[in-house]
Design a protein around this ligand. Structure first.
Ligand code: CA
Length: 385
């Protein structure tokens, strides 16, 4: 089989930098979507790509474990950097790797970036998202249609860099003449409907134009995240193959930033019911996913009330699960719940979910402002109490 490909990677319209990284060196194709805030996300994804590129000679299609091995090397490299530098703690990255071997392709995968195969007009998702929401769909707790808009859809449960080891999904698929593979970061599939992705891949025969068109669609839809798209065509006849590219090279350089992946979930805490969480946490623990769960909790934030009645910033989730507190207080403020206007108290008591520590500090400031305003307005009545 011959291969030609196109790549497009874009910061989008909201983020200040591009935390996605990629590698395209036939027959090896990789996408990594970094997270962990500002510099760290970029470091995570580019460290993964560097490690894979460095070790690529170990890849042997006869033994697909060697491909999982590349991902393990990437994990070890990120883990080593994260544990050696406190400013990089908590960074992580997805990693979706495709290795083309004649009429077959091997896929090694961790996280919520995706690999698809387009065959005869039909787009099939090859990889499973390692997210809380995908797990809930799989377990029948929510319908698949709810997943795309679910407030928790940004919580990734398996990433590189969260622990010293990681479990890597491995799969092999067959390739026919005319098949097209798509690798993408979630900036594409969170913004563009599957049907529209399929239509573009059908319409644009040139892989580079297809990749460009998909990124453009993501931006037209709001471009709320970084978007990276790799389109790989396999065909029996010989065509001029594309040169190898990687994200550090001259074309689209990667950058950073992607702490708040979910603009819909930015404002209010719409929490999963405690029972759902219990089941999820048990499922994750049962699946040996404690490090990932821990990681997910460390990267979830909310503003709530502490034991002294003061507004506080927490990492984790507000509910107790099976009697276990999945929260850690990070900062207490001087604002007391009593100082806040009635309409906002129940939200704070329930816990207001935010996307990052930075957003938590902003929320706390908002609340402090509300409290001052409330004090001014209600002074006469309160004076009599
Ligand atoms: Ca992303």
């Amino acid at each position: 089989m011959n291969v030609s490909f196109g790549i497009s990677s874009d910061v989008g319209l909201v983020r200040t930098g591009n935390e996605d990284s990629f590698l395209a060196e036939e027959p090896l194709f990789v996408i990594a979507d970094g997270m962990g805030g500002h510099v760290a996300g970029d470091v995570a994804s580019s460290t993964a790509i560097d490690a894979i590129e460095e070790n690529r000679n170990q890849a042997n299609a006869e033994d697909p474990q060697t491909l999982a091995g590349l991902v393990h090397e990437a994990n070890a490299a990120i883990w080593a950097r994260a544990t050696g530098d406190s400013s990089l703690q908590g960074m992580g990255t997805t990693c979706t790797l495709v290795y083309i071997d004649g009429p077959r392709a091997h896929v090694a995968h961790v996280g919520d970036s995706r690999a698809y195969r387009l065959r005869a007009g039909d787009l099939e998702q090859l990889t499973e998202d390692h997210t809380l929401v995908a797990r809930m769909v799989k377990e029948g707790r929510i319908p698949a249609e709810e997943a795309e808009r679910h407030p928790q859809r940004n919580i990734v449960t398996r990433v590189l860099g969260a622990a010293s080891d990681v479990s890597v999904d491995l799969l092999a698929i067959d390739l026919n003449d005319g098949d097209r593979l798509l690798l993408c970061s979630d900036g594409l599939n969170s913004m563009v409907d599957r049907g529209d992705i399929e239509a573009v891949l059908e319409r644009e025969r040139d892989p580079q134009r297809a990749a460009d068109a998909l990124v453009e669609l993501a931006n037209e839809a709001g471009g709320e995240d970084n978007t990276t798209v790799l389109v790989i065509d396999v065909h029996e006849d010989e065509r001029r193959g594309s040169a190898s590219r990687r994200s550090q090279g001259p074309p689209p350089p990667p950058a950073r930033v992607r702490t708040d992946r979910d603009p819909l979930a930015r404002s209010r805490g719409r929490w999963l019911r405690p029972l759902t969480w219990t089941l999820l946490v048990i499922a994750l623990l049962g699946g040996g996913g404690w490090a990932a769960t821990r990681w997910a909790l460390d990267n979830s934030w909310f503003v709530g009330v502490d034991e002294s009645g003061k507004v506080a910033i927490y990492s984790g989730i507000p509910e107790e699960v099976g009697g276990i507190e999945l929260r850690e207080k990070k900062t207490t403020t001087d604002t007391a719940l009593q100082d806040l206007p009635e309409f906002v108290r129940s939200d704070v008591v329930a816990g207001i979910k935010v996307e990052s520590l930075e957003a938590a500090h902003e929320k706390v400031q908002d609340l402090d402002g509300l409290a001052s305003e409330f004090a001014r307005k209600s002074e006469p009545e309160r004076g009599g109490q």
